[in-house]
Design a protein around this ligand. Structure first.
Ligand SMILES: NC(=O)N[C@@H](CC(=O)O)C(=O)O
Ligand SMILES: [Zn+2]
Ligand SMILES: [Zn+2]
Length: 344
């Protein structure tokens, strides 16, 4: 039996509409709070839109749950620098998200050149508002496995040189380069790490055939990178913390000749992380990573509730409902060794 302070998910996609009841259900079972990504269609760009989305999420939250969605604004070339001060004053909107235009799902309204948002970044630095970053180079000539490293060199380093006090969360890091970069950075740079990047390398996408449910962005990398992420996650360094990047797409959109990027892990997120930490005998490091470090970085209260995980095998269902469609979760029809059994 393993008891943990109730974890928070610092990178989550819930989508919208009739899908919310299904996605919120899974996350609210496990997490006290989650940082909700704003890449809807159309994206969440204003405080008013974020508040309206937050209310839709709360309306879809199961009765009796105290789950709190924390919101993010989608940064665009046209974001108003004056809004940064209002974000700093908000208790429910915590950060901005940088999607380089074209980098990932619903990023077409993203930033076309980082210089265009310098006035916003200046205000964010001034007011202490964190920037969450999808860190991949968008130049299609750059090899897809090298895009995270190229982003560090071409975008992140010059931006931090110009705004050295800007708080940055390098989201869903996938390489040793990114882990080393964050480890060797100043205290204002942190990173989230997904469960799937801790558990799998790029072979998973091609195991006996093409496996669309293991395709996400940034794409899974070589084993050496997975090892580096695992080392960072269990290091006890408080600038590495949990963000699932659980990213649901209906089964038809994944199992397609041009399938969407994203792995759905919210149904068993903490169990998947526990499995990864146990694989290197580091379950004692899970609570800091999952429940403390993210709250500290964002400057919100640490959790007080406790959840309990048990060592007991269970089989993940083939699908879960997703609005009026279905979603295939990670590890569908396979066995998981941990199971969350309660909260108090
Ligand atoms: N990670 C993914 O593969 N997909 C995410 C977008 C993102 O986080 O980049 C999505 O919204 O589907
Ligand atoms: Zn992303
Ligand atoms: Zn994401």
């Amino acid at each position: 039996m393993l008891k943990l302070l109730r974890p928070d998910d610092w990178h989550l996609h819930l989508r919208d509409g009739d899908r919310l009841v299904h996605t919120v259900f899974h996350t609210a079972q496990q997490f006290g709070r989650a940082l909700i990504m704003p890449n809807l269609k159309p994206p969440v760009v204003t405080l008013a839109q974020a508040e309206a989305y937050r209310q839709r999420i709360l309306a879809a939250t199961p009765a009796g749950s105290s789950f709190q969605p924390m919101m993010v604004l989608y940064l665009t070339d046209n974001s108003d620098p004056r809004e940064a001060a209002q974000v700093a004053a908000s208790n429910t909107v915590l950060s901005y998200k940088l999607y380089p235009a074209g980098a990932t799902t619903n990023s077409e309204h993203g930033v076309t050149a980082i210089e265009k948002v310098y006035p916003v970044l200046e205000q964010m630095e001034k007011h202490g508002v964190p920037l969450c970053v999808h860190g991949e180079e968008t130049d299609s000539h750059v090899d897809i496995f090298d895009r995270e490293k190229a982003f560090i060199d071409n975008t992140l380093l010059p931006t931090l040189k110009r705004f050295p006090g800007l708080k940055v969360v390098f989201e869903h890091i996938t390489t040793k380069d990114a882990a080393d970069f964050v480890r060797d950075s100043e205290h204002n740079i942190a990173a989230t790490i997904t469960a799937h990047h801790l558990l799998y390398n790029r072979n998973a996408i091609f195991q006996g055939g093409i496996r669309p449910h293991y395709y996400c962005l940034p794409v899974l990398k070589r084993e050496v990178h997975r090892q580096a992420l695992l080392a960072a996650a269990i290091s006890g360094n408080p600038r590495f913390f949990l963000g699932t990047d659980s990213a649901p797409h209906a089964v038809g959109a994944k199992e397609s000749s041009c399938g969407c990027a994203g792995c759905y892990t919210a149904h068993a997120a903490i169990e998947l992380y526990a499995e990864a930490f146990e694989s290197v005998n580091a379950l004692d490091k899970l609570e800091g990573f999952a429940s403390l470090f993210g709250a500290d970085f964002y400057g919100v209260e640490r959790p007080t509730e406790i959840i309990t995980l048990e060592k007991s095998d269970w089989t993940v269902p083939a699908t879960y409902p997703f609005g009026n469609e279905q979603i295939v979760p990670l590890r569908a029809l396979e066995t998981l060794r941990f199971r969350m059994v309660g909260a108090a």
